[in-house]
Ligand binder design. Structure first.
Ligand code: PHE
Length: 341
């Protein structure tokens, strides 16, 4: 009997070794250790043995069954481990594989231009101010030395909401708001970017809605020379280090004297071309010394304080810098256009 048992154990161990999946292993388990197995048959035959042999053989059978069971258990763990390893290998991420490119959006050219102007003035110690787009007539006009019925109001066709409120026609009301707000009447040095509105028909150079950046300095010894120096720095930063500027007399009710500012042509370097209409100069913006009436209306003593103001037209600067010939292109949201900048 012992030989038979040993033979059976060898047979079982061999079979277990060759098995590769859990299902087959379970079948094998019932074949060798189940109710219908040969070992069970041996157990049933025990009763035919002598009392002396019974426990010996019984123990032998149990040892054999344990041995087989241990082998099955080991095999089971080995199969499970192999399965996990295989799964891990399948799920490994190949970090050397090139990824899919996600295309990032970018800022609109007008936003870029505003930020460029902001950066220049932040670098010069200015603070950024904002004002409402729906503005009171008194801030948009009256306190800027443009009383009701003043003919210069015609310079800016306005969109009125009620008799006293309108969509601001320029960012200059932020000058008034800033000066009024300053209760101690201290010097101010601000820029105010924002959207403005005019009752204009849209065409190649006009839009009923556009962007400005207002600059305002009020201090005790502010002169036209400070304005000129500031304009020169801004022109060089925006249009290139070699640029020169030229001031021409102009008129705005809220500045006196007022100037129109030209930048030397960056295309022909002053020789004359189509860009500068053969003059060598390109008109870029309006500016001037803050009118005494404005200072007074805002509670600043004009004998003590002077100031200057600059009005950047953002679209104009962007169009000049990037050779855009139709202002309407800036508002079409056409990605083919927008993504060029
Ligand atoms: N507010 C003026 C306009 O929109 C521009 C400007 C601002 C002129 C500041 C001089 C000083 O036409």
């Amino acid at each position: 009997m012992q030989e038979k048992i040993n033979q059976l154990v060898d047979e079982a161990v061999n079979e277990i070794e060759s098995i590769e999946n859990l299902n087959d292993l379970m079948l094998l388990k019932s074949k060798y250790l189940g109710k219908k197995s040969e070992f069970n048959q041996f157990m049933r035959e025990l009763k035919n043995l002598s009392n002396e042999e019974k426990p010996k053989v019984g123990q032998m059978i149990n040892l054999a069954k344990n041995k087989i069971n241990n082998h099955i258990q080991e095999k089971k763990e080995a199969i499970e481990k192999a399965k996990i390893n295989e799964q891990l290998a399948q799920e490994t991420v190949d970090i050397s594989l090139p990824g899919k490119k996600i295309s990032l959006g970018k800022k609109h050219i007008l936003t870029q231009t505003i930020e460029e102007i902001e950066d220049i003035f932040i670098g010069l110690g200015y603070q950024i101010k904002e004002g409402p787009e729906q503005e009171e007539d008194k801030y948009n006009f009256e306190m800027l030395n443009l009383p009701k019925n003043h003919p210069a109001r015609d310079m800016q066709d306005s969109l009125y909401i009620s008799e006293d409120t309108l969509l601001r026609t320029h960012t200059s009301p932020v000058q008034v708001r800033t000066l009024l707000e300053n209760e101690k009447k201290e010097p101010v040095k601000i820029i105010a970017p924002g959207t403005v509105y005019r009752k204009d028909d849209d065409d190649q150079t006009h839009s009923h809605q556009f962007k400005q950046v207002e600059v305002l300095v009020v201090d005790k010894e502010t002169s036209l020379a400070d304005l000129k120096g500031t304009l020169l720095i801004a022109a060089k930063k925006l249009f290139g280090e070699e640029r020169e500027i030229r001031l021409r007399p102009s008129y705005f009710p809220f500045t006196e004297p007022s100037v129109e500012v030209d930048v030397s042509c960056y295309q022909c370097h002053g020789k004359g071309c189509s860009m500068c209409k053969n003059t060598g100069w390109i008109e870029v913006l309006g500016a001037g010394m803050v009118n005494n009436n404005v200072l007074e209306a805002c509670g600043y003593d004009p004998h003590e304080f002077q100031g200057f103001a600059i009005g950047f037209g953002v679209e104009r600067i962007a169009m000049l810098k990037h050779g855009i010939d139709d202002i309407r292109q800036l508002y079409t949201n056409d990605l083919r256009f927008n993504s060029q900048f």
